[in-house]
Design a protein. Structure first.
Lengths: 160, 179
């Protein structure tokens, strides 16, 4: 009887867990590249995270992300500004199969400081045979009082 | 006792099959998904719609994970309907039009010209004249990298104007409001 009860409970819990829709697609910032220079040497990485190590200006990082099917997706990015003054901004962009159109999210911006934030960017519609990527402008490197410093950082991006 | 065991086993087998079908790439979708291309209400979509309800109570924002036939033209058509139904918030519309003219104007070239910018209460419709379709992609790339307008948008550069010339229609929305 106990076994029966367990089986029924497991089945019911399992069925309930199916209501969440497709799994989230998460991509590390490390999978991205610079723009317009794909091999932008200002970017450095530490595991998933990419940071801007140049003090001259913001630098643009492009992070492609896999999409399992055409659909509307909630886009978000995990990022931080630099140690002071400069911030990181991100947007998600979907592109039609023939470069014939675009769906883009709002442009989200972090605060200054190294505390990672989740930027909720809203919904983008990825069309049939379309692609999606994130564009994040990582704030310029700023020195801190200890002689070190940091630029803007991106950790990962997500379509949900 | 046997009946309960049989029901439990059936539920577990069904659960296993559904898990496999919904997680593998290109996995099975509900049969109805392929025959209902129009957006259907979802919890989040209703939240978004309710935020926009002051000006367009009949409109439903896109549902998540719900459009196997989603296309740029389809998104534009939905926004054309929404734009046509939206009343005008004069104050916001005037400010938004001015802001968009200035923002987009920085990237206008001989090949891409702003023909029209109209805003209503939460949505703006911009029409651009194109020399070629490639000029539209260059324009969008430049603008998206440097834009000051922070709201979301949809652009369709597969449009032909009444004069037979290529056009791009760009819809942009208020910051914080999904299209």
């Amino acid at each position: 009887m106990k076994t029966t009860g367990f089986l029924v409970a497991a089945a019911i819990i399992g069925m309930g867990s199916l209501g969440g829709g497709a799994a989230a697609q998460t991509q590390s910032a490390m999978a991205g590249h610079g723009w317009p220079n794909a091999f932008d040497t200002c970017f450095g990485s530490s595991f998933a995270m990419v940071m801007n190590n140049c003090a001259d200006s913001d630098h643009l990082l492009i992070v492609p992300i896999q999409v399992p099917a055409s659909a509307n997706y909630q886009a978000s990015a995990r990022a931080s500004g630099s140690v002071a003054y400069t911030k990181t901004s991100c947007q998600a962009i979907a592109i039609g199969p023939n470069n014939n159109g675009f769906s883009f999210s709002l442009l989200g911006t972090t605060n200054v400081g190294l505390t990672p934030q989740t930027l909720t960017l809203g919904v983008i519609g990825v069309p049939v045979h379309g692609t999606a990527h994130f564009e994040c402008t990582l704030g310029a490197w700023v020195s801190d009082l200890s002689g070190g410093g940091s630029g803007g950082r991106l950790i990962n991006v997500e379509l949900n | 006792m046997k009946i309960i065991l049989w029901i439990a086993a059936t539920l577990l087998v069904t659960l296993g099959w559904l898990t496999f079908a919904t997680t593998r790439p290109g996995g099975a979708k509900p049969a109805t998904a392929n025959v209902v291309p129009a957006p259907r209400p979802a919890t989040r979509a209703l939240d978004v719609a309710s935020r926009a309800s002051a000006t367009a109570p009949e409109l439903v924002a896109p549902a998540l994970h719900d459009e196997p036939d989603l296309s740029i033209a389809g998104q534009r058509a939905r926004l054309e309907d929404r734009f046509a139904a939206e009343k005008t918030d004069t104050g916001w519309a005037a400010t938004a039009q001015q802001e968009l003219h200035a923002d987009l104007g920085r990237f206008a070239t001989r090949d891409v010209g702003i023909r029209d910018v109209q805003c209503r209460a939460s949505l703006c419709r911009i029409e651009l004249a194109l020399a070629t379709r490639d000029s539209a992609t260059e324009f969008m790339e430049s603008w998206l990298h440097k834009r000051t307008w922070t709201g979301p948008g949809v652009a369709d550069n597969d449009v032909v104007g009444a004069d037979g010339q290529p056009r791009m229609v760009l819809f942009v929305g208020k910051d914080g409001q999904d299209l």
